[in-house]
Design a protein around this ligand. Sequence first.
Ligand code: ATP
Length: 238
Amino acid sequence: MTFLQIQGLSAFYGRTQALFNCSFDISEGEFVALLGSNGAGKTTMLRAISGLLPFKGSITYDGKHLEKVAAQKRLELGIVHIPQGRGTFTEFTVDENLSLGATIVASRSQIKADKEQWYEAFPRLKERRDQLAGNLSGGEQQMLAVARGLMSRPRLLMCDEPSLGLAPSITQEILKTFKALNRDHGMTLLVVEQNVDITLQYADKAFVLEAGQIVASGSAEEMVNNEDIKKSYLGAVR
Ligand code: ATP
């Protein structure tokens, strides 16, 4: 069943149009990669879905039209967007960052149980739970950003370039965690990545944005074997 349906979506920054009539579907429980070169419109797409940017066209999420749904309400519906550049609260501890992520979970016992669950998934964060986020390594901060996003109990987790500035081994680790969330929790994932080779090892399918338009789509396997994609993106190291 279609979980997220984007139809004829256009988005603007003032007079500058960044997305042009984009359409694609994502089923519940899919792990989807959003690919494309710098400035293609990937971040803009996530912003439109999470409610940070107005758009034209339609976005249907779990049967609901998002056109008139505010960002906070979208979060309550389970749409979580982890922005590029991590955005953890550096002056707070790991544990406090997780508490701050629990924006829509009401009871303390639930928050505690959720924290323990994500500490199991990210043992390094558990070891550093009382450390200031600002003192974590880049990879650990990225894991914290993901874990904090998970505290909002997402049904659709969107992550913008989780590998930015990280070594390939850490990128693998983060993508592996995404795969586990997808497999074990049925979480739907939309991940923007420039590390195309690694991402396609984990994603089910991918969409490619170019100059604000969807120019290719297919299963991860089709993408890996597509000559145009190979030429343009595979093996490209940022
Ligand atoms: P990258 O991989 O470099 O992060 P991207 O695919 O995420 O790129 P976007 O950030 O979505 O690309 O940008 C799409 C287009 O919109 C670009 O041409 C960019 O210059 C423009 N743009 C992005 N943010 C703004 C803004 N706040 N104001 C005006 N134009 C913007």
